[in-house]
Design a protein around this ligand. Structure first.
Ligand SMILES: C[S@@+](CC[C@H](N)C(=O)[O-])C[C@H]1O[C@@H](n2cnc3c(N)ncnc32)[C@H](O)[C@@H]1O
Length: 244
């Protein structure tokens, strides 16, 4: 299957750079501080798939010494423009030679695995980013739930893509981010919860927590389905304890 990283694109990067935390994106990030501080002890972090740096700047604000890495140079360029003092590294897919091994307390990945096509690639990349963390380090992996592709949301739309309903694990699905100027559909890969669990097992990772954030009525957004269906899933992962 041919799969192109839609974020490797100047127009997309320009539009994405203006996206902060509206509506459904607020919900993606809302519970991360509590989750991170519950599980992560030190303050050295890698933001895997940092895009234009929103998630890296989010980590910096939480007090992390954060390094953003991404394979899309248009995205990295924007991240550096927005945050000239930040640390953003353009990497080749799966090559982390510019980053220290076994040194990080947290690997944060926000939406990145939505764009990684096969189980083989997901397992390889989880193993690679896992090797960057200390033995007690944690991966916090935020991904889109399969429900996001078959419902409407405050900041995203899928009504033009009824074919998403038939998609199975590993299939391409389309979604429009209505919160940005670039309304061209984003192409993602659907990956249900049970398949993520199997992928983590194959990558030698231990699943510590799964969180599916739901919106609250009193939040200042025009929620569509967010109060009853979780658009995102947050996984907290640690290294498997071999021999225990
Ligand atoms: C939807 S953007 C999210 C950006 C950022 N985490 C945020 O929350 O704003 C996903 C990013 O993952 C990056 N990405 C996709 N595959 C990757 C890979 N194999 N290695 C590193 N980054 C990758 C894309 O280039 C894109 O910038």
């Amino acid at each position: 299957m041919e799969f192109k990283n839609v974020y490797d694109d100047a127009r997309r990067a320009e539009a994405y750079a203006k996206l902060e935390f509206p509506g459904t994106y607020y919900l993606a990030y809302r519970d991360l501080p509590e989750i991170i501080f519950k599980h992560v002890k030190g303050r050295r972090a890698i933001d895997f798939g940092c895009g234009t740096g929103r998630s890296t700047r989010f980590l910096q604000k939480l007090g992390f010494d954060a390094v953003g890495v991404d394979i899309a140079d248009d995205m990295i360029e924007k991240a550096r423009q927005i945050d000239p003092k930040g640390n953003y590294i353009l990497i080749k897919d799966g090559v982390f030679s510019q980053v220290e091994e076994g040194a990080y307390d947290l690997i944060l990945s926000v939406f990145t695995f939505d764009n990684i096509p096969t189980e083989k690639r997901k397992v390889e990349l989880l193993q690679r980013v896992g090797s960057l963390m200390k033995s007690e380090g944690k991966i916090v992996n935020l991904v889109s739930s399969p429900d996001i592709y078959v419902n409407e949301w405050e900041s995203l739309s899928t009504k033009d893509f009824p074919e998403n309903k038939n998609a199975k694990c590993g299939d391409k699905v389309k979604i429009i981010v209505t919160a940005i100027d670039d309304k061209r559909p984003v192409e993602d890969i659907i990956w249900p919860d049970e398949d993520y669990r199997e992928t983590y097992r194959k990558a030698g990772l231990r699943l510590i927590q799964t969180h599916k954030p739901l919106a609250r009525e009193n939040e200042p957004f025009e929620w569509v389905n967010e109060t009853r269906i979780a658009p995102w899933v947050i996984y907290v992962l640690g290294k498997s304890q071999v021999g225990r």
